[in-house]
Ligand binder design. Structure first.
Ligand SMILES: Nc1ncnc2c1ncn2[C@@H]1O[C@H](COP(=O)(O)OP(=O)(O)OP(=O)(O)O)[C@@H](O)[C@H]1O
Length: 254
């Protein structure tokens, strides 16, 4: 994996989101969201269903245009510079988007061919515990194996930025731990990671900072420990409790 950040200086923010807004008809999905993700960070995006996470992430990936505001990824505009971005951004596809009648090996080799540089498909599949499934059709994989394949496809092009959505949904406890370890290795190789998750233990374990989305806005942005301290002072409350306090409409917003 690359150790060098071949960018414009590693102190530059890798992802810059500034006052992004997006409506779908009457629904305000994203309502003035701003944040930056630094090089080498694992940045978590947490929030209840419908909080605006996917819309924000899809705007970062260039799949949707914001109504207003701006986004830069490694200095690139995700819509205008989509081609250039494709070479440096790895995206984990959602379940159901992979062709059923392709094998694991075929897909990883195909995705590898999209990039000038990349990981060895065999090695990557071995790291993800999928080497014995190389000749298996996507159709015949378990849910957890499809999930691991989607991670392989996001990483095979040695991206400098990876967007991982529901990273470990459907994985058993052992596979989750292995995946966390892999993500930590990917980060230590210099990859910046944006992680959308519903799992508090995952956010606490992996993320340097977390943005808590609520009603299309960022309700809080801090380290996992900082989020707990905001809502529960020095107590040993969990991140779950902090999250509930920050996103519960019955409670005063902090
Ligand atoms: N294509 C669309 N057309 C209309 N409304 C949409 C569309 N996509 C999302 N929305 C609405 O925008 C709001 C934000 O949705 P979004 O998918 O961004 O939230 P989310 O935080 O990712 O939710 P989840 O955790 O359930 O995936 C929701 O009210 C949702 O119903």
């Amino acid at each position: 994996m690359h150790r060098d950040f071949q960018g414009k200086g590693s102190d530059m923010a890798v992802i810059e989101v500034e006052d992004v807004r997006k409506r779908y008809g009457e629904t305000v999905a994203v309502d003035g969201v701003s944040f930056t993700v630094e090089h080498g960070e694992i940045f978590g995006v947490l929030g209840r269903n419908g909080a605006g996470k996917t819309t924000t992430v899809e705007i970062i990936e260039g799949l949707r245009r914001p109504d207003s505001g701006s986004v830069r990824v490694l200095g690139l505009d995700p819509v205008r510079d989509r081609k250039a971005l494709r070479n440096v951004l790895g995206v984990q596809l959602q379940e159901g988007t992979l062709p059923d009648k392709a094998t694991v090996g075929e897909l990883v080799r195909l995705y590898r061919s999209f990039y000038a540089d990349g990981h060895d498909p065999h090695r990557l599949l071995a790291d993800l515990g999928l080497d014995h499934k190389r000749d298996t059709f996507v159709d015949d994989l378990s849910g957890g194996q499809v999930q691991r394949l989607s991670i392989a496809l996001a990483l095979v092009g040695k991206p400098r930025v990876a967007v991982l959505d529901e990273l470990t949904t459907g994985l058993d406890p052992r596979a989750r731990r292995d995946t966390w370890e892999l993500i930590e290795q990917v980060r230590s190789a210099g990859v910046t990671i944006l992680l959308v998750t519903h799992f508090m233990d995952e956010a606490k374990h992996l993320c340097d900072r977390i943005a808590v989305f609520d009603g299309g806005r960022i309700a809080a942005l801090d380290t996992p420990a900082g989020l707990v301290a905001r809502t529960h002072g020095e107590s040993d409350a969990s991140l779950d409790e902090a999250f509930l306090a920050m996103t519960d409409d019955e409670e005063p917003r902090r």
